[in-house]
Design a protein around this ligand. Sequence first.
Ligand code: 2BA
Length: 110
Amino acid sequence: MKLIIAIVQDEDSTKLVSKLMQNGFSVTKLATTGGFLKAGNTTLLLGVDESRIEEAVHIIESVCKSRKQLTTATTMIGGGVSGDFSSYPVEVTVGGATLFVLTVEQFMKV
Ligand code: 2BA
């Protein structure tokens, strides 16, 4: 068995969980926060038989869209001598999905 850890955007999570469940995958949904944007995202845990990894990844790919998001970057003005800072908007592309596929040593329900 493998464990897929999928970090997806909140906007895609409801549709993605429904589609995975309709196709017989078990899913645990966690509310998480991205370190860079400090904005909410969703992390899904899926215990998947090795033979169904491709199918799960295909479903995730079909639902999760990449989007542009604005964040703020800060820079020092005047080489930092005056201690002044200026903020400016920066556009980043987020997603579709960030996936980690791990080998599960043991799977038990007790
Ligand atoms: P965030 O950390 O909030 O990152 C959101 C988006 O900001 C990233 O999208 C990427 O486009 C950009 N970004 C992140 N770090 C950056 C940096 N140091 N400099 C410039 N731009 C940066 P994605 O790559 O699609 O990542 C979406 C979310 O997936 C991330 O949210 C984070 O929660 C997670 N993630 C991505 N890679 C990860 C990794 N290697 N380990 C753990 N979590 C990861």
